[in-house]
Ligand binder design. Structure first.
Ligand code: ZN
Length: 247
């Protein structure tokens, strides 16, 4: 994998000469160093800046999600600046990051389209006090928003049922679509499900499902019994064990 990691580096060398390959294993390459850019997205203002970053980029064709971290200590590690609890940049819902990468899976595209985009957003926020792009809410809320937008529905319950189909790998086109439109799944939300189901891992879909479920039940809604999958039951009993362990 060293070869592929070097190949990526060579490809970006002309554009981001300040980055170097720090390490790599079978699955990921870690690049660190400085990236400089000059950008003006949607006329929010010209930004010419440089940042120290650490980029962890997947080398296999699995569903691994790349991450980026600002390492110069300039961006406060707070949700307000869209920094995840683990210190990485919140580049969007995991599925959104994967889908963007699917369009162009090069390291250069990831830096250009996602990392620089984020850093530009930070610079505008710092200078003018607002985030220049559609601001995804933090954590589970952001994931729900992403799926609402993707499935074009306001119903959190419909999102849960659609995600459940992916989590359980149980797509049947002839059943009524869970969004309640009255159409068969294949003529309604079926194409969206088929489009995204191979775009991230089943584990990640399950994690998204759990996040959406938490938002749904935290709002005072009761979880319909039909959503209680076998996997969800074992997940919750594991969570219960974990909580018991720490007390
Ligand atoms: Zn539907």
């Amino acid at each position: 994998m060293q070869k592929l990691a070097q190949h990526h580096l060579k490809e970006i060398g002309e554009y981001y000469p300040g980055l170097r390959l720090e390490s790599c294993d079978d699955d990921f390459a870690t690049y660190t160093g400085m990236i400089a850019f000059s950008a003006n997205y949607c006329n929010h203002g010209l930004v010419a800046e440089q940042f120290n970053v650490k980029i962890v980029f997947p080398l296999t064709d699995t569903f691994a999600v790349p991450t980026a971290e600002e390492t110069g200590g300039r961006i406060p590690r707070e949700p307000d600046f869209h920094i995840n609890p683990d210190g990485t940049m919140c580049l969007g819902a995991p599925l959104a990051v994967c889908r963007k990468l699917k369009q162009d899976s090069s390291l250069k595209a990831f830096i250009d389209n996602q990392v620089i985009h984020f850093l530009y957003g930070y610079c505008i926020k710092k200078k003018y006090g607002y985030w220049p792009f559609d601001e995804l809410a933090h954590g589970g809320k952001g994931i729900v928003e992403y799926y609402k937008d993707f499935f074009k529905t306001d119903s959190e319950l419909a999102i849960l049922e659609l995600l459940k189909i992916i989590v359980e790998d149980n797509y049947r086109g002839h059943v009524p679509c869970p969004c309640g439109s009255g159409s068969r799944l294949r003529n309604c939300h079926g194409p969206e499900i088929r489009e995204i189901k191979e775009q991230q891992s089943r584990e990640q879909f399950f994690s998204d499902f759990v996040d959406c479920l938490k938002i749904y039940t935290d709002a005072g809604n009761k979880m319909p019994r039909r959503l209680l999958t076998k996997r969800l039951r074992s997940y919750w009993s594991r969570m219960a064990d974990k909580t018991a362990d720490t007390t």
